[in-house]
Unconditional design. Structure first.
Length: 187
């Protein structure tokens, strides 16, 4: 699934594969993204307890041990990493299916609404389509209407699957979205 670096548009963000040097910034984006997007949807003490340094250490370990099946992308604007997305094999009860899953996509809260998330999602979809995957799945918090609208605008639809997610002792429902990738290879 490793493909060359691409840019979404001449004046848009540059999307490329994440490196070890990006891990601290990606962790900051992920933590700030959770704290912004999930405020009121998850327990506040859980969100306040997220630690970017710990997250960065986990990202470094995962990247060092990677087998190439999981792709981490970052979006840069003016030389600064402002977004991150990660996709790889879909797991159904920890068994890989033939589908691909978008595990995460986060944009720094200071640049929301500027096309960063769209560029990351577009690149993930294109890479997965070129790799021959027929369908991309993702999980989103049921009450996260902003994210749900974002995915729906990109052609994803709920497929009826739901499951609980545990965060800080609270159960938060998630819904699964799917998008057929056939015909997306050249987008």
């Amino acid at each position: 699934m490793n493909e060359p670096t691409t840019a979404s548009a001449p004046d848009g963000p540059r999307v490329r594969e994440m490196t070890l040097a990006d891990c601290a910034r990606v962790a900051e984006i992920r933590v700030r993204g959770w704290q912004h997007a999930y405020k009121g949807l998850m327990p506040q003490p859980y969100l306040d307890g997220l630690d970017a340094a710990e997250d960065a250490a986990r990202r470094r370990d995962r990247l060092r041990q990677a087998d190439g099946s999981v792709v981490n992308l970052v979006a840069e604007r003016a030389g600064s990493v402002v977004g991150w997305a990660c996709h790889g094999p879909h797991r159904d009860d920890e068994v890989r299916s033939g589908d691909v899953e978008l595990y995460a996509i986060y944009v720094h809260p200071d640049v929301l609404g500027q096309g960063i998330g769209q560029a990351l999602l577009r690149e993930s979809v294109a890479r997965c389509a070129r790799a021959g995957h027929e369908r991309m799945l993702l999980w989103v918090l049921k009450e996260n209407t902003t994210a749900r609208r974002f995915y729906e605008r990109a052609g994803f639809r709920p497929d009826g699957a739901e499951e609980p997610f545990e965060a800080g002792g609270a159960t938060v429902p998630e819904v699964r979205y799917a998008r057929v990738l056939t015909g997306d290879a050249n987008r």
